[in-house]
Design a protein around this ligand. Structure first.
Ligand code: 13P
Ligand code: SF4
Length: 318
């Protein structure tokens, strides 16, 4: 039996596939591009025009030809799209999807740091608010941080706000002076050396792939350290058959679909980002149909001041 929803008139959608088909139809009709971060669930990735890590999403946002972009990810990602494409309508599929790390610092603190360390370049992880970016010199993502910090024409870097990513980058570039600030991702920073030893004991033949937002005690034990896309590419291309995945558990699910002949184990069942998990396929439907989500609004002064470090990131990141 089909029943009609009293508010939107939509006939009850019994099957996930029906909802996906309706989203695909609507996005064509309404000239919408759906961008999905790799931490989104499989049903959302299936309807997206593009899925990837935060660097790839930023680059894609610049070139997507559609007039509207629906971002399935967290707030700073939708802000980045708006900064790069001010003429587009940019919608965050679920307005509650934030990134706790992006909110950890305030602009005043960065300005004080700059004053106390003259001559230093402020490198900001892209997981920062637009307001914070206005006080920074260049952005990086997990996949581009080493390349960009190496390429910068300076030896003095203040790296904010992720101390774990900063520590990892500093180790790869010992010739430069890094000043790190204490902050980070509550989801990845929760992982311990004991979690790794336990997972390795349970799966002695598995390679351990990890995100650089994890603590140094964890990344030191890895066979590969990289972004969400980096981890997926490594696992797909590797001849190994078993992998322990040290990043949000959505990546375990995606890899299971992509490589059914291989085995993927979460480093921990606690590796779940509740902010990434809040977006559902129904949110995507509501955003595409114009009934839900939040349109990103940014004053031009903030946008112009913040976009500079995103553009520099793309220039240095290639
Ligand atoms: P990626 O750049 O690897 O996609 O990471 C984004 C993020 O928020 C990881 O927690
Ligand atoms: Fe932010 Fe961590 Fe979630 Fe990534 S996993 S969005 S860094 S809280």
């Amino acid at each position: 039996m089909n029943t009609d929803c009293r508010t939107c008139g939509l006939t009850e959608l019994k099957m996930l596939k029906d909802l996906q088909q309706e989203i695909l139809r609507l996005k064509k009709e309404r000239d919408v591009c759906i961008l999905a971060h790799s931490y989104m669930s499989e049903d959302i990735c299936e309807v997206a025009d593009f899925t990837g890590d935060s660097y790839a999403l930023s680059v894609k946002a610049k070139t997507a030809p559609q007039s509207t972009v629906v971002m399935c990810g967290v707030r700073f990602m939708a802000e980045t799209v708006k900064m790069l494409s001010p003429q587009k309508k940019v919608i965050l599929a679920n307005p509650d999807a934030g990134c706790p790390m992006a909110e950890q610092m305030d602009k005043e603190l960065i300005l004080q740091l700059k004053e106390s360390l003259p001559g230093y370049t402020v490198v900001a992880y892209v997981n920062t608010t637009a307001e914070l970016k206005t006080a920074c010199d260049v952005c990086v993502t997990s996949s581009s941080a080493v390349k960009i910090c190496k390429a910068l024409p300076t030896d003095k870097i203040i790296f904010i706000p992720d101390i774990n990513l900063g520590t990892y980058v500093k180790k790869q570039i010992p010739e430069k002076d890094f000043q790190l600030v204490s902050g980070g991702c509550p989801t990845h920073a929760r992982m311990t050396k004991e979690d790794v030893l336990k997972a390795k004991a349970a799966h002695p033949n598995a390679l351990f792939l990890v995100h650089p937002e994890c603590r140094p005690q964890v990344t030191e034990l890895a066979d590969y350290v990289g972004s969400t896309t980096g981890i997926m590419d490594f696992a797909e291309k590797s001849d190994a058959k078993e992998f322990i995945i040290g990043t949000e558990n959505a990546i375990v699910e995606h890899l299971q679909y992509r490589c059914p002949g291989k085995k993927f184990y979460p480093l921990s069942k606690d590796l779940v980002c509740h902010n990434m998990k809040i977006t559902t396929l129904m949110d995507v439907y509501n955003a595409v149909s114009g009934e839900g989500g939040e349109e990103m609004v940014m004053d031009e002064k903030t946008r112009l001041a913040a976009v500079k470090c995103i553009e520099k990131m793309i220039e240095y990141g290639g």
